[in-house]
Ligand binder design. Structure first.
Ligand SMILES: [Zn+2]
Length: 67
């Protein structure tokens, strides 16, 4: 396993796209993923809960992390 291996996303077949519920500009590309993930929108930086099963995104409130 190479440690510097990087994935060319263009080589993957995207099975769907979810748009950011806040700005509609940020997008999450689905590659056969299931389940949900919370991450910041790449455009507006707000926390989004991406639901890959239903191809839907929800507005989520950020947890407080101690850093
Ligand atoms: Zn956004």
């Amino acid at each position: 396993m190479q440690t510097d291996f990087s994935v060319n996303l263009n080589d993957l077949e995207s099975t769907g796209i979810i748009e950011c519920p806040y700005c509609g500009k940020g997008k999450a590309y689905i590659y056969g993923t299931t389940g949900m993930q919370s991450s910041g929108c790449s455009v507006c930086k707000r926390i989004v809960l991406w639901d890959f099963d239903n191809k839907t995104a929800y507005k989520a409130s950020a947890k407080k992390f101690a850093s």
